[in-house]
Ligand binder design. Structure first.
Ligand code: AMP
Ligand code: MG
Length: 485
């Protein structure tokens, strides 16, 4: 028996009250084939890399074969979408298969996205298209390689199932791994339905499964909320420090455990444009890159509201107020790291603000600008000014930066090495993803696999990959990414 077939499943969510979910089987895709799998995600389940050659990977991911021991179900939740409350959402096209515990004792939820109609499909068809499944796969695995909290992607299976979006597209499935699939919206639904007993059961479940350290707190529910606030602050700090624009920060797309969750029309910034809106349907820029901090705070307030039957309002307010300073401190820490600053000194915050202002004025590439600083010896930093449209501003900033580096104790070679380990050379840019998708739609998965391979080591220069390190031509920036998926 293959290692794959021998995986031992549990589904502790299925032991909760049936009010939380509906059990059902996936609807199979037709003529499925493996588009891509992630060796590092397989390793999270203790599966060897050659599992990709096991035909069972395809049949299970295509919904053709039940994974022994799994207990598939669609979860029920609600959420605030673009600021308005939608009283009932739920897994409209994905199924939680259950959990697998690895040798390190970590429990991973397996969720099959694109698995067909469920009672929560509303007007949808229960399917996911190949394009969006590949986009989620690439982003999950790239964020993980950058050490940014994220759900993971085990594999994408393509098929001949036809799915209607703006055009007719190929249906696909994505096998997602996450410590948990609980969303803020899981709590909102039972709060707004005034089913406070179910709300409490869900909070108890979350505490037991995912926030066990809060159980010893005299006020476990308050501790749970504090932990969510802390994790979300860390998550958003990472997004802002690495130029990740989520695009659809509805409360049903916010993971309770603080991972990047549910990828839609996301983008990594090319030029540093703080007001960038990656979602073509987001007319008012609610989810623009520079609004993500405020929106996370708004979403945490929505979660706090849902927890009011369990925690005193005043206490929730106090905990909620921790978010902004925590996020800011974490962001500054990450930015200092990206600039190669080990100690913390007065003026560092201004140095970061001025750096971002310089990048904005010069419309400089966010990632390659950091990489350039990483690759340039301290004494040659003034040469970097030539990269910037605002030459004078760049010279001023670079001389301040040069002076600041004199307070570092490590050698300049050590600084450069440490900076290269946190400033990616390869970036998941939308135009690169699109090239891989176009080939995959014609059953040529080689460009996709190559892109994934290179992005899985984003900090390390790799041979014959200069094309993937280059910034996009002007016409390929700000790609129009539709919300349909
Ligand atoms: P998303 O925009 O992917 O975060 O999805 C928002 C809600 O719509 C969730 O409840 C999804 O399950 C549901 N949904 C999205 N696309 C589909 C689809 N094609 N079929 C059924 N439900 C969907
Ligand atoms: Mg969603």
């Amino acid at each position: 028996m293959s290692a794959w077939a021998a995986l031992s499943f549990d589904n502790h969510f299925a032991r909760l009250d049936p009010a939380f979910y509906t059990r059902l089987e996936p609807t199979p895709l037709s003529e499925p084939r493996l588009a891509i799998a992630s060796a590092s995600a397989l390793a999270l389940l203790d599966l060897p890399a050659n599992t990709v050659d096991d035909p069972a990977l395809v049949t299970v991911c295509a919904g053709q074969q039940r994974w022994a021991g799994s207990d598939p179900l669609a979860m029920l939740y609600a959420g605030h979408q673009f600021g308005g409350y939608n009283p009932q959402l739920g897994d409209g096209r994905g199924l939680l298969l259950g959990q697998v515990r690895n040798r390190r004792g970590e429990s991973w939820d397996l969720h099959l996205k694109g698995a067909g109609l469920t009672p929560y499909s509303r007007m949808g068809d229960g399917r996911a298209v190949l394009r969006s499944s590949i986009r989620e796969f690439l982003a999950s695995e790239y964020l993980a390689a950058l050490n940014i909290p994220t759900t993971r992607a085990l594999a994408v299976v393509s098929s001949n199932t036809r799915v209607q979006r703006e055009h007719l597209e190929r249906g696909a499935t994505l096998m997602r791994l996450a410590p948990s699939h609980l969303r803020f919206g899981h709590f909102e639904i039972f709060y707004y339905r005034q089913q406070f007993d179910l709300l409490r059961q869900l909070a108890d479940y979350a505490l037991q499964q995912h926030f066990a350290d809060c159980l010893t707190d005299p006020q476990p529910y308050a501790a749970l909320y504090r932990s969510v606030v802390e994790r979300t602050a860390g998550l958003i700090a990472h997004w802002q420090a690495y130029g990740f624009c989520h695009g659809v920060m509805n409360t049903d797309n916010m993971a309770l455990c603080g991972q990047t969750f549910d990828f839609g029309p996301y983008a990594f910034l090319d030029d540093y444009e703080p007001g960038y809106i990656c979602n073509a349907s987001d007319d008012h820029g609610r989810y623009a890159f520079n609004r993500q901090v405020d929106i996370a705070q708004w979403n945490l307030a929505a979660l706090a509201q849902a927890l009011t039957p369990l925690v005193a309002v005043e206490q929730l307010r106090e905990i909620h107020a921790l978010f902004a300073p925590l996020q800011q401190a974490h962001f500054q820490h990450l930015m200092r790291q990206r600039l190669g600053l080990t100690c913390e000194r007065d003026g560092d915050d201004t140095l970061v603000v001025d750096w971002l202002a310089l990048l904005t004025r010069s419309r400089a590439d966010f990632h390659l600008s950091h990489r350039r600083l990483s690759d340039t010896p301290c004494e040659q930093l003034q040469q970097v000014a030539d990269d910037f449209a605002d030459l004078v501003g760049a010279r001023t900033w670079l001389s301040t930066y040069h002076a600041r580096l004199q307070h570092e104790t490590r050698s300049d070679a050590e600084r450069q090495q440490a900076m290269r380990a946190v400033n990616p050379l390869y970036v998941l840019r939308n135009h690169l993803a699109q090239e891989a998708i176009t080939a995959a739609e014609h059953d040529d998965f080689a460009p996709l696999r190559r892109l994934h391979e290179v992005l899985s080591q984003p900090f390390t220069a790799q041979t014959n990959c200069a094309d993937l390190a280059a910034p996009p031509a002007e016409a390929l920036k700000r790609m129009h990414i539709s919300c349909s998926s």
